[in-house]
Design a protein around this ligand. Structure first.
Ligand code: ADP
Length: 454
């Protein structure tokens, strides 16, 4: 086939469960793998299982997993042809993607132009709106003066949300309930954005008071084909960060799924997108409102894999090589139900990260159970990185059976030596609101503030 760039060796520019997830795909595809690691990760599972590994720096992420020069040198000396960035770290850094390409490697991901466009929430919103995707009502572009802020807030109505153009990870957002709070909130969000992201631009959005977070998984090849693989409902969040994700969403209909899927596919065809991507929406009162697009594989991608049977990482690598998509839209079927729980090394009450040594580790098993994790008995969770240590994903015929399977899997799960969020997940699963799917993005915060029996 014309234009195929074979990948025989791939460098994984990440750590933890996602590094292992990518490594598994490379093994099954007959591609040799190169792991990179900091001095704190010499014993990590992705390093142990990779064909080759290169130490790229000290524990601090800035000097290792974010060190583009060290990663490119590692690719050079090992003779890798391609680099997969995973999620987090350099995954959405357009300059890094550009450098990878300029050094003659394949970047497993979208073009630097699309990463740049979507990485800035202001340009992203404008671009997708132009391509026909519905967005949250708000300011046109960044707000630079108080006059425009007041006028916009009057137009869309309070409460409004001030968001940082460069924001991410649930940071750089503040809700404003009344006109009297707006000027001060603008100032403080700008300061926070400047300090946190080195970019003080902010914009205004209507604050939705009971939304669900529903996102669409898409995949595109170099030949202009784009498919969507249904949605993930990620409404269970703490501090705007996802804790439990499921597919399909219990609150949308097949007609709504088809309609939003079609809108998204047409928009991405127009934009000429390549690779895996997620279009995130808030959904309230039957309407979808775009909030952002992530130009990478997501933490919660396994729920989509479980209901579609498609290996998303394999597909990413395959389209990066120049192969056409392995499926057409008509061939994609959503079968049964899948739910993922994120398990963090943290105190289940205070939710403060608690790294340390794992004394015993026994993951659950049996039908429909998948555990994506890079930990093992005797492993020490280092304090330098994200506290996510495992993802438990289960699949079954329908949502009720899926929840039953999840409960028995969480009960089987043994992680001794450090505290984890397993008790919190079990408490959430026991709640009638969760079981009956009556929750929005604010539910978990309210539950944590006033747990039953408190
Ligand atoms: P980040 O990039 O930091 O993840 P997002 O724009 O994806 O930020 O938003 C993360 C979460 O913040 C959403 O899932 C939702 O819970 C909340 N959120 C964002 N925008 C709004 C809005 N306009 N109204 C209400 N909640 C919002």
């Amino acid at each position: 086939m014309p234009g195929i760039l074979p990948i025989k060796k791939l460098l994984i520019a990440n750590r933890g469960e996602i590094a292992l997830r990518i490594l598994r795909a490379t093994k099954e595809m007959g591609i040799r793998s190169v792991a990179v690691h900091s001095t704190a990760d010499g014993n990590a599972m992705h390093v142990r299982l990779a064909d080759e590994s290169v130490c790229i720096g000290p524990p601090s992420a800035a000097e290792s997993y974010l060190n583009a020069a060290a990663i490119l040198s590692a690719a050079e000396i090992t003779g890798a042809e391609a680099i997969h960035p995973g999620y987090g770290f350099l995954a959405e850094n357009a300059d890094f993607a550009q450098m990878v390409i300029e050094h003659g490697f394949i970047f497993v991901g979208p073009t630097p132009e699309h990463i740049r466009m979507m990485g800035d929430k202001v340009t992203a919103k404008a671009a997708v709106a132009q391509a026909g995707i519905p967005t949250v009502p708000g300011s046109e572009g960044a707000i630079t003066d108080d006059e425009t802020a007041f006028a916009t807030a009057e137009r869309i109505g309070y409460p409004v949300l001030i968001k940082a153009a460069a924001g991410g990870g649930g940071r750089g957002m503040s809700v404003v309930h009344a006109r009297s709070e707006l000027a001060a909130a603008l100032r403080s969000t700008r300061n926070e954005a400047r300090a946190g992201f080195g970019d003080e631009r902010v914009y205004l959005e209507k604050y939705l008071d009971h939304p669900r977070h529903i996102e669409l998984q898409v995949m595109a090849d170099r030949y202009g084909h784009v498919v969507h693989m249904g949605e993930r409902d990620c409404s269970l969040q703490r501090r705007h960060q996802k804790i439990v994700e499921e597919s399909p969403s219990p609150v949308i209909t097949e007609t709504e799924r088809r309609a939003i899927g079609k809108t998204v596919v047409q928009a991405l065809e127009k934009l000429g997108y390549l690779g895996a991507g997620t279009i995130e929406f808030l959904y309230q009162d039957g309407q979808f409102y775009f909030i952002e697009m992530n130009t990478r594989i997501q933490v919660e991608h396994p729920v989509t894999e479980m209901v579609t049977g498609i290996d998303l990482v394999r597909e990413q690598i395959s389209v990066a090589m120049g192969h056409p998509l392995s499926v057409t839209q008509d061939q994609i079927r959503i079968e049964g139900h899948a739910i993922e729980c994120r398990i963090n090394a943290e105190d289940p009450k205070t939710m403060i990260p608690q790294p340390g040594k794992i004394i015993a580790y026994h993951p659950p098993g049996g039908p429909g159970v998948r555990v994506d994790s890079a930990i093992y008995s005797g492993y020490t969770v280092p304090p330098y990185y994200d506290s996510l240590i495992a993802k438990l994903i289960v699949h079954d015929k329908d949502r009720d059976r899926c929840i039953a399977r999840l409960e028995r899997s969480l009960a089987e799960f043994v992680i001794d030596g450090i505290p984890s969020s397993i008790p919190l997940l079990r408490a959430i699963l026991a709640e009638p609101d969760f079981r009956e799917s009556r929750y929005d993005t604010g539910w978990l915060e309210r539950f944590l503030a006033a747990p039953p029996g408190s």
